[in-house]
Design a protein around this ligand. Structure first.
Ligand SMILES: NC(=O)c1ccc[n+]([C@@H]2O[C@H](COP(=O)([O-])OP(=O)(O)OC[C@H]3O[C@@H](n4cnc5c(N)ncnc54)[C@H](OP(=O)(O)O)[C@@H]3O)[C@@H](O)[C@H]2O)c1
Length: 194
């Protein structure tokens, strides 16, 4: 399963992020037009139907996000549906959705004691600060990066110098007609998984 943990009840924590070619996940002004489809078509790429996308998303049991990502998601339009969502914050934020729970404190405890008994497929969806904290604590099993073919130069970087040196193992690559490339890495070689 994950991180060599023989416990089959441990869930998989997948860090998912959309990044520019130069590793930026948000512009300074928080504008998101860089995420838009350019209209160009990469002929050798694949596309997925709405049904396939919906089935994929349905398999996600729980989302975890930092408070800044939460606030931005509320502004842009909530993308997580009714799937249980944990928002980490030390503030008293207004509760806007039944599916949202707030959490403050030890992130290892969050994963091991609160999420693991309930969920199998946990998606950590940002932002940079929360992802870096999860990586420092060794709580990420998979990294799924969707690379948008754009250089942004300046902005919020997904990985900073606090991220520990670690070898990750390529599990899958998908190139889409839109020019987006999705890279999936695991914390262990695929061959060593049970
Ligand atoms: N491109 C993408 O795929 C993508 C995905 C997600 C987000 N984003 C963008 O990334 C930006 C936000 O990222 P960010 O790095 O600035 O912030 P963030 O990671 O979303 O949120 C950071 C906040 O999480 C809370 N937090 C973290 N660890 C905690 C803990 N152990 N206990 C309690 N609270 C904890 C703190 O909230 P309090 O300050 O409330 O205490 C902290 O300020 C936004 O612009 C968003 O749109 C992009």
């Amino acid at each position: 399963m994950s991180r060599g943990n023989p416990n089959p009840t441990r869930p998989t924590v997948t860090l998912h992020m959309v990044s520019s070619l130069d590793g930026i996940i948000a512009k300074k002004d928080n504008s998101v037009s860089w995420l838009n489809d350019s209209g160009e078509v990469y002929e050798k790429g694949v596309s997925i139907s709405e049904e396939e996308a919906a089935a994929f998303v349905k398999a996600i049991d729980c989302y975890v996000l930092g408070s800044r990502t939460y606030e931005h998601a509320l502004q842009l339009g909530w993308p997580y549906g009714d799937t249980p969502t944990v928002v980490t914050t030390n503030r008293m934020l207004p509760s806007t959705k039944k599916s949202v729970q707030f959490y403050s404190g030890d992130l290892k405890r969050l994963v091991d004691e609160i999420l693991a008994p309930r969920y199998r497929n946990i998606w950590l969806v940002g932002g940079a600060m929360l992802c870096q904290r999860f990586l420092r604590l060794g709580l990420v099993d998979e990294i799924r990066l969707s690379i948008v073919p754009v250089l942004l130069g300046d902005g919020l970087r997904l990985f900073d110098s606090s991220v520990p040196e670690e070898r990750w193992h390529l599990k899958n690559v998908v190139a889409y007609k839109t020019g987006i490339v999705e890279l999936l890495y695991g914390s262990q070689p695929t061959s060593s998984k049970p």
